[in-house]
Design a protein. Sequence first.
Length: 92
Amino acid sequence: MLNLRPVYHSTDVGVKGHVFVCILALLLRRLMEKETGEPFESVFEELKELKVNVIDLEGEKIFQRNRLTSTQEDLLESLKVKRPPKILVNPE
């Protein structure tokens, strides 16, 4: 379902940008369903559990993600998405 309304933008550019983002989101949603063979809601529920903790160690930021479940690994593989690194130091 493509849900575009209400659109609270005051310019044509804003409205066009909103519609573009909505269509892009729908495309990504359908591609995820096609590649995984699963409904988007179940893919989203599984992947939203991926979390990142930010650790500030003497002014240096360290980003550490939680452990991937086997289902999450399978979904990422189906989507041809590289597995995110466990630890990332100063990604800027």
